[in-house]
Design a protein around this ligand. Structure first.
Ligand SMILES: Nc1ncnc2c1ncn2[C@@H]1O[C@H](COP(=O)(O)OP(=O)(O)OP(=O)(O)O)[C@@H](O)[C@H]1O
Ligand SMILES: [Mg+2]
Length: 404
């Protein structure tokens, strides 16, 4: 009874995608999320990951929230953000650690310093990943506890988004009296729900091919080592098809989903309904001829970006594909030949038609994990620094989980 009262709180994550807006309501019991409701709707008022019509966007959000939320519960809202021009900075922070062995106190102190110093003009620190520690300029380690040194350094991987995106999105939510507690980076969220610990440790590229952007996140030895968003994705394939076949975008979208493939098809003709009366006969080879080069282009750009660094190229063992556009038939094969790496495509395997393993919901489910981390952090004693409690991603629970 008391446990129930204490947990009378609902968490809501909103994936403001350029193709669909999805929302999940859930509760947390014993540090485990329990999903109450999931809903999604075609995106409105958001184009190329920019808000173009606040009213249209707000009306979809309002509808979704009404459907999924429980009126009687207190609520906390979270949302993702996709900035095609992320700013990524590796940062080094130093403190004098004294002569005694390093304890949680020193680790907390260096994190706080690192977060406080991570300030960029017109940018918002969306994610800070503590990667490694250096002891006395010599020893690189991810476990500094108990070790003795005079100077302790922290290497962190910081990701910033344009401040304007946060303000704009935040104020559109305020229209519905929704206060977003924290924003999460879309690609990071996606990788959280799709990658295994083993993949992250061995070296993996997570590629979320969505509507307007392809999100790239690379992990090695459980650390994030590369993040970038590419402003090319599934909707570009649809536009190509619309131009190539001289059909409207809606018909092109349907044609892509029904007949699209990146594997050379048989020489077969199909009939496309243009409207209730008109039809068009199209050869499947033509559809393939339009779609395949665009997927090749997207994956080749990702490969060149990631493999630009020779050390990363050697370290990467596999590729994981997710996002709605990864559902195109045959993508595993072209990805394996472009990257020359084993590829896993996130697939809907659930017999219950569940959303959980559908690639277009990777970001939403990843946000649930991030909220869980955030929730854990908020149960820890609060620091006086307000900025810190807002941005704190991993500090205390990272310490607890890794070294307790
Ligand atoms: N079966 C399918 N085959 C090929 N493409 C598909 C399929 N189903 C959906 N798509 C494409 O997936 C894209 C949408 O993916 P998703 O829902 O992940 O995007 P989003 O999260 O709204 O966008 P973004 O992440 O870019 O903001 C669209 O371009 C859509 O055409
Ligand atoms: Mg998305």
């Amino acid at each position: 009874m008391f446990k129930f009262l204490k947990n009378n709180k609902q968490y809501i994550v909103i994936d403001a995608g350029s193709h669909k807006i999805a929302a999940i309501a859930f509760q947390i019991f014993d540090n485990k999320p329990f999903i109450n409701q999931i809903e999604h709707h075609k995106s409105k008022g958001i184009k190329n990951n920019h808000l173009t019509d606040i009213n249209a966007f707000s009306s979809v959000v309002k509808l979704l929230i009404k459907k999924i939320s429980n009126k009687k519960m207190r609520k906390e809202f979270f949302c993702n953000i996709t900035d095609p021009n992320l700013l990524v900075k590796k940062k080094r922070t130093d403190i004098n650690s004294g002569k005694l062995g390093i304890s949680k106190k020193e680790v907390r102190k260096i994190y706080i310093k690192s977060l406080n110093e991570a300030v960029e003009k017109n940018k918002y620190l969306i994610h800070s990943n503590p990667n490694n520690f250096i002891l006395d300029e010599k020893t690189l380690t991810n476990n500094p506890f108990g070790k003795k040194c005079n100077k302790l350094s922290l290497l962190s991987f910081n990701i910033f988004v344009n401040d304007f995106y946060i303000k704009n999105l935040g104020s559109s939510f305020e229209k519905n009296k929704i206060n977003i507690k924290k924003f999460f980076e879309s690609g990071i969220a996606s990788s959280m729900s799709t990658l295994t610990e083993e993949e992250k440790n061995n070296g993996v590229v997570c590629i979320d091919i969505g509507g307007n952007t392809t999100k790239i996140v690379v992990y090695l030895e459980n650390n994030i080592i590369f993040v970038e968003n590419l402003a090319l994705a599934g909707n570009n394939v649809t536009t190509d098809l619309s131009h190539g076949l001289q059909i409207c975008e809606e018909t092109a979208e349907l044609t892509k989903i029904m007949y699209g493939s990146v594997v050379s098809p048989f020489n077969e003709s199909i009939e496309i309904n243009l409207d209730s009366r008109k039809k068009k006969i199209v050869n499947k080879n033509l559809i393939y001829g339009v779609i395949k080069p665009r997927y090749d282009e997207i994956l080749e750009i990702v490969r060149d970006k990631v493999f630009d660094n020779i050390n990363t190229r050697i370290a990467i063992k596999s590729i994981v594909l997710t996002g709605g556009a990864s559902k195109i038939f045959g993508i595993k094969n072209i990805c394996e030949s472009i990257f020359n790496r084993k590829t896993r495509v996130i697939k809907s395997i659930s017999e219950y038609n569940s959303f959980i393993d559908r690639p277009e919901f990777s970001t939403s489910f990843g946000m649930i994990k991030l909220v869980k981390q955030f929730h854990l952090n908020n149960q820890m004693p609060k620091f006086s620094n307000n900025k810190l409690t807002k941005m704190i991603d991993k500090i205390d629970n990272w310490i607890e989980e890794s070294y307790a």
